[in-house]
Design a binder for this molecule. Structure first.
Ligand code: BGN
Length: 286
């Protein structure tokens, strides 16, 4: 069931929903801007973003509201490069989007998947959203026909990354950038919270999606194309040695561990000029 996209223009009584495929505004292939951007330059580069990080179409109403959730720790350079790329893309796509940076406070080992759950819960405390796009901080989209929206099935957007020679590395891969409607995310009970460190959490997510009999919707390789802004493996995000063992019980754990069991301490919520910044403390599960 689609959210209502009806809005009356003041005084006219005219309802103007945005086109589902705003093809006239799209460019197609993009070069991908990799130069560093200082945060204080964002207001000059993207003046139309509302405080807290909302971008929305000015002459029509988008048919859904999208929360873009970016799990974060200490990757400021990547974050501002990403925003510099996706803000104008959201505008051309006529997406009503709000950017959420979910920062994990030290010292616990990084937990990307748990931060997705936090982002989902915290975004809904602040506003209503229909669609949640979980976005790695280091992935730059290279084609604006890759529409940031949700559909009948969970969406996997990042199907062709430079580090995998612009191909899907394996069939069950759902890493990088994924999108769920609120209903879909609730139905799969979100992500697992047990994956501290690098690897496996996205494969666990695949098992959850598949176990609830969803398909995975994907764009063509030429459309779902991304470059990764290069970096070394982060300190505090070492390989997770438990990941193979955890993955074996992904389906058994699905309904009893995930969105419904996440524990975290919210340390702060800040409405910054181009994003809502939420800092949380995660505890290592015993
Ligand atoms: C896989 C990782 C993913 C990662 C991709 C791409 C695991 C689970 C144990 C087999 N999965 O091997 O998390 O996104 O590679 O790099 O390590």
């Amino acid at each position: 069931q689609r959210p209502s996209n009806e809005r009356k223009r003041a005084g006219t009584g005219v309802v103007e929903p945005c086109p589902l495929y705003p093809t006239d505004d799209l460019i197609g292939r993009l070069a991908g801007l990799k130069e560093c951007v200082a945060p204080e330059d964002l207001p000059r580069l993207h003046p139309y973003v509302e405080k807290g990080g909302r971008v929305r179409p000015t002459n029509c109403t988008a048919y859904e509201r999208v929360a873009i959730i970016i799990p974060f720790r200490n990757r400021y350079v990547h974050l501002y490069i990403l925003l510099n790329n996706i803000i104008p893309m959201m505008q051309r796509q006529k997406v009503d989007a709000r950017f959420f940076v979910i920062e994990q406070a030290p010292p616990t080992i990084f937990n990307r998947a748990a931060l997705f759950n936090v982002g989902f819960i915290e975004a809904l405390k602040l506003d209503s959203f229909d669609c949640f796009i979980f976005h790695d901080v280091d992935l730059i989209p290279l084609n604006d026909r890759n529409l940031y929206r949700c559909d009948e099935h969970p969406m996997h957007f990042a199907v062709a990354m430079d580090k995998y020679e612009y191909k899907l590395p394996y069939k069950k891969y759902v890493g990088g950038v994924v999108g769920f409607t609120k209903e879909q995310y609730l139905r799969i009970n979100g992500n697992s919270n047990l994956y501290f460190g690098w690897g496996g959490e996205d494969d666990d997510l695949f098992e959850r999606i598949d176990n609830k009999e969803y398909e995975i919707a994907r764009p063509y390789l030429d459309v779902g194309k991304y470059d990764m802004v290069r970096h070394k493996q982060d300190k505090g995000n070492e390989d997770n040695c438990d990941r193979r063992r955890l993955l074996r019980t992904a389906r058994q754990r699905q309904d009893t561990e995930g969105l419904n069991t996440i524990k975290y301490k919210r340390k702060s919520v800040e409405l910054r000029s181009h994003m809502t910044w939420i800092t949380v403390q995660l505890d290592m599960a015993e």
